[in-house]
Design a protein around this ligand. Structure first.
Ligand code: ADP
Ligand code: MG
Length: 685
């Protein structure tokens, strides 16, 4: 049960003044559905605004508050903005521009002939001063709104800074008093404010100690939860699994295992034979051959008379694993089934029965495989592919499925920098596939300007003519970003015009069956070109696809580009990756793409990405899945995680865990960051 003191933070944000149906959606889009989410929605930055009496006192690019009188409205022509011509007290002109639907706001707030206080940034447009989308407009006889310094929050469509600011302010009024969970010596050493204070300060202005403290809280909660998981795992009994090798001997593999694969399998075999449940991470770069290692682990479980499950992060990947594994299992007599959220009715019933009576020995699926309705005869091993996509909580839910705690093998292709490995996996044992299967050729990576689109399409055409396949990847920040979908659809249409029905498209907003059909046509070779958003990022394996084009490559994280590029270079043919870059590329953007060209070493890319990003570049989009944290930046993780980790260990080992006064406070922290599965485990174990 959540500590009572926290209840007010978990109240729906709908209870705040000014949250109606219209604001609800934009809030949901940002994940700000509760008071606590709003309180933790920290500003991206702050603007300092200077009050000026005349426009010519302000520099170009400066944020000001100035009194302007409206002279004229000019409707937009074509794609141009709606322009409102204003002048200051001295008669100097400033045009205020509104794009799209924002023009309604402008029309309402700035009627002709009226004088208003306007806050925003002065830019230049041709010969005149211009202000695009002013931050605030208020009536001239009232005091100017907007303090001299104002927080700038991340917004979604339909939301304004003013509205967000007022919601956050209300949320902060609901903060309860909480006991301190950080060691007092640590607080003093870093000069950190108390929790309450830290939240307020972080919204008030740039304040490093306050922000660090809040990030530390998150890291500490995470470290503590992982330690609780680990401790609970140690205290639990699993089923020791001893395989006799009879099924593995029947496997028909078209290749010999690499040394790294054989070693990893031995390590896993050793763990499975123990009573303590295995908690092992299999880390291997894209294409390193994790699937066959997973299969061997699953077969050990089956040989020992138990069941194994394999969890994939997406429907596409689950389906593909199922197909691959089933093929490899031919002739072994092992029953394997696929279970996803899409299976309904009789087919689903049959699978559920098979899992319950044990006639199905291996199940592959999405998170549907650990829903309540799914019961197992004797589940003893869970393999989780692309573990970084799942939270620890999800993994534990699965762990509760067996009568005894199943062994867990987590797999990841993400070359996580060392600092993050600790954060995401705590103290799991690690097996590394540090050797690629033989015969792989380097992927020829090139950075090409979007201006050369015709050349790119020409090269693509020749490639397809020669009988090989290709991927075309369009950026997609989140799967709900309508502009991105539209751009991807437009690209698909254009390519279809050229290549006819040899082109298929797959993106996150298509129906499941449509996605499958597209993927199926591509992997069978019927289609030559797959246009996709990042849904193909993880795990898709089509060795005949040897060309990859990535549009707006600068918008992707390096780790993500690396994953994408890993889709080619899987066969023995030479592969090529074309990174199309936009015209306005920042210095860092340039460096990052150059790095992609230079190396294919996932670990190096990840480390350097961390460096480049740590350099203060605002990525604009937060790559979901990169870190399990909402607050802590990569820089803060690097700086504070070791501290948080040590502190969590001390609390667990020396200070009596969650007992005692500080333990009580730490328990509140776990609930605050929704890492309370740790607490529940403690109770259960
Ligand atoms: P990962 O999941 O680690 O990205 P996969 O398991 O999908 O990689 O393997 C990538 C490709 O390499 C597959 O086509 C697979 O059949 C092949 N492969 C795996 N192990 C070997 C090996 N030892 N020798 C040759 N090819 C291999
Ligand atoms: Mg894989």
């Amino acid at each position: 049960m959540r500590p009572e003191a926290l209840n007010c933070l978990f109240v729906d944000s709908e209870s705040l003044d000014g949250v109606g149906p219209r604001i609800r959606r934009p809030l949901e889009k940002l994940g700000l559905t509760r008071i606590k989410d709003l309180a933790y929605h920290l500003p991206d930055r702050f603007v300092e605004r200077r009050m000026v009496t005349r426009l010519d006192e302000a520099g170009i690019g400066e944020n000001v508050i100035v009194r302007l009188t409206v002279r004229e409205h000019r409707a937009s022509t074509g794609r141009g903005p709606y322009r409102i011509v204003t002048e200051d007290d001295a008669g100097d002109i400033c045009t205020i521009a509104y794009f799209g639907r924002a023009s309604y706001t402008g029309k309402k707030q700035l009627p002709v002939g009226e004088t208003r206080w306007v806050a925003g940034r002065i830019d230049e447009y041709g010969q005149t001063r211009q202000m695009v989308h002013p931050e605030h407009v208020s009536e001239s006889d009232t005091a100017p709104i907007g303090q001299q310094r104002e927080a700038v929050y991340g917004l979604s469509e339909g939301m304004t800074q003013g509205r967000m600011g007022s919601l956050v302010k209300q949320a902060l009024e609901h903060l309860p008093e909480l006991p301190e969970w950080i060691e007092s010596s640590q607080m003093a050493k870093s000069d950190w404010p108390a929790w309450h204070e830290a939240l307020r300060e972080a919204h008030r202005g740039p304040n490093e100690p306050a922000r660090d403290r809040l990030a530390y809280d998150e890291l500490f909660a995470n470290a503590l939860a992982l330690m609780l998981v680990r401790a609970s795992n140690r205290s639990q009994r699993g089923t020791p699994l001893q395989g006799d090798g009879r099924l593995r001997a029947k496997l028909s593999l078209p290749f010999a295992l690499t040394g790294a694969q054989a070693r990893s399998i031995r390590e896993i075999e050793g763990d499975l034979a123990q009573t303590a449940p295995m908690l092992r991470l299999l880390q291997g770069d894209v294409g390193a051959g994790k699937t066959v290692v997973a299969l061997s682990a699953l077969l050990i479980a089956v040989e020992a008379g138990a069941q194994g499950a394999m969890l994939a992060p997406t429907e596409i990947l689950a389906r593909q694993h199922y197909t691959t594994l089933r093929k490899m299992l031919e002739g072994t007599g092992v029953e394997i089934a696929l279970l996803t959220g899409r299976d309904k009715g009789k087919a689903r019933e049959a699978i559920l029965m098979g899992l319950l009576d044990g006639s199905i020995q291996i199940v592959v699926g999405t998170h549907a495989i650990f829903q309540d309705a799914v019961a197992y005869h004797n589940l003893a091993l869970v393999v989780i592919d692309e573990q970084h996509r799942f939270g620890v909580g999800q993994r534990l839910m699965l762990a509760r499925k067996g009568r005894r705690t199943p062994h867990t093998l987590a797999m990841t292709a993400t070359p996580i920098p060392r600092t993050l490995t600790l954060a995401q996996y705590g103290e799991m044992e690690v097996s590394r596939l540090d050797e690629l299967p033989p015969g792989r050729q380097a992927i020829d990576t090139r950075v090409v300007s979007t201006d050369r689109m015709d050349d790119v399409v020409g090269a693509l055409s020749r490639h397809i003519q020669s009988g090989q396949q290709a991927y075309w990847v369009c950026p997609m920040v989140t799967e709900s970003e309508t502009d991105d979908i539209a751009a991807a659809e437009a690209r698909y249409e254009a390519l279809k015009e050229r290549f006819g029905n040899r082109v298929v498209m797959v993106h996150g907003q298509l129906k499941g069956e449509e996605k499958d059909a597209g993927m199926e046509r591509f992997s069978s070779g019927e289609a030559s070109l797959l246009v996709a958003t990042t849904v193909i990022e993880v795990g898709v394996d089509v060795p005949n696809a040897t060309l990859m084009v990535i549009e707006q490559a600068e918008r992707f994280g390096l780790a993500q580009l690396h994953q994408l590029r890993g889709r080619v270079g899987r066969g023995s043919e030479k592969s090529t990756c074309l990174l199309l870059r936009g015209k306005a590329l920042s210095q860092t953007g340039r460096q990052r793409l150059a790095l992609m060209r230079e190396t294919q070493d996932g670990f190096r890319l990840a480390e350097e990405d961390l460096q480049l990003r740590g350099g203060g570049e605002l990525l604009g989009t937060r790559q979901s899945g990169d870190t399990p944290f909402r607050l802590a930046s990569l820089e803060q993780i690097t700086k504070l995680l070791p501290l948080a980790h040590d502190d969590a260990r001390l609390l667990m080992e020396r200070d009596g865990g969650l007992e005692g006064a500080r333990g009580e406070a730490a328990r509140i922290l776990l609930y605050l960051f929704e890492r309370d599965y740790g607490v529940q485990l403690l109770r259960g174990g």
